[in-house]
Design a protein around this ligand. Structure first.
Ligand SMILES: C[S@@+](CC[C@H](N)C(=O)[O-])C[C@H]1O[C@@H](n2cnc3c(N)ncnc32)[C@H](O)[C@@H]1O
Length: 303
């Protein structure tokens, strides 16, 4: 009992110290000599502080309106899921390759989209990096794709190809993209196994690869290795849900240790791998965003 009371008293100062330490680390990353590393630092600190331009806020507001509409939808669609299901689903390779059929509410499907914090971070990262050719694995209903496309649009350059296995979900992603007038983005429908190679070759050299589809150890490593020949010399790969399951965690550890990865960032939920070599070679950053994220307020008005 006294232990619990002491913990409760100490929670606030401990959280405060953690936030200070994390802010210091992010400041250090911001002023790093390697341009890609400092770009990640700026994207993170601007996301956390809400330091956004008016045009950024406008784009984000429109995308969040679309998200809200989908989350309120009472429609149902036929879904084919080629992914890993839940962390405890234990789907076999055959099940994932054949796809699992179900009828689902659009609102539930939309619930798998990245929350605003991470979408704003992706957006800021792309604004900082100024990429030309981008690929996303896992469009879902097009929310994270719309953030990336809007960043490229506001940069005045760049295209995005986003891949989705389920035709009905891909149709919603297309509606999202078209409805927002984002002409720099194409949705490609079909299982990644069948579409990835062709898309990578059309998009080569790929500057930015957001891997948010198939949350399975072997699949993540397979897509990573297959993407390597098509990446630009200084490509950036963002892996989502690296802590989703023990398999995803160990896939991320293998990626961090891969010889093609010059530097990496472990942000708990997502991992960022900088390909190639550079002044930051060998750097591995671990950033605990926990209590800073709790205080965060969405610029788009939701969450
Ligand atoms: C987590 S959701 C993507 C969320 C989206 N990036 C966002 O934040 O707005 C993953 C999507 O990948 C698709 N997917 C998973 N595994 C796949 C595979 N092997 N082939 C094709 N699509 C797949 C699923 O249908 C699902 O819509």
């Amino acid at each position: 009992m006294p232990g619990k009371a002491i913990k409760r008293i100490l929670r606030k100062p401990v959280d405060h110290l953690r936030r200070l330490r994390t802010r210091k680390l992010i400041d250090r990353i911001r002023s790093h000599g390697d341009s890609r590393i400092s770009a990640v630092g700026r994207a993170l600190s601007d996301t956390l502080s809400g330091n956004l331009k008016e045009e950024d806020r406008e784009s984000m507001g429109l995308i969040e309106q679309r998200r809200t509409g989908l989350l309120r939808s009472t429609d149902e669609i036929d879904v084919i899921d080629y992914g890993a299901g839940n962390p405890d689903s234990m789907r076999s390779k055959e099940e994932m390759a054949g796809g699992v059929h179900a009828r689902r509410k659009v609102s539930d499907v939309c619930g798998a989209s990245k929350p605003p914090f991470w979408c704003v971070f992706l957006y800021r990262l792309l604004r900082e990096l100024g990429c030309s050719s981008c690929v996303e694995l896992g469009s879902c209903v097009g929310i994270s794709a719309a953030y990336q496309a809007a960043a490229l649009n506001n940069n005045g350059m760049g295209t995005l190809r986003t891949l989705e296995g389920c035709p009905e979900i891909a149709r919603l992603a297309e509606e999202t993209i078209k409805g927002l007038g984002l002409e720099n983005t194409t949705v490609i429908t079909g299982p990644f196994n069948e579409t990835l190679e062709g898309v990578l070759s059309e998009s080569s050299p790929v500057d930015f690869f957001f891997n948010d589809g198939h949350h399975d150890h072997d699949a993540v490593l397979d897509y990573f290795r297959r993407s390597l020949p098509f990446l630009s010399r200084e490509a950036v790969i963002v892996f989502d849900d690296i802590s989703w399951s023990p398999g995803m965690r160990s896939a991320w550890t293998e990626i961090e240790e891969d010889d093609h990865v010059a530097a990496s960032f472990d942000l708990g939920e997502i991992g960022i791998a900088l390909i190639g070599s550079g002044s930051g070679s060998g750097s591995r950053f671990r950033i605990h965003l926990g209590s800073l994220m709790k205080q965060w307020q969405s610029p788009g008005g939701s969450e």
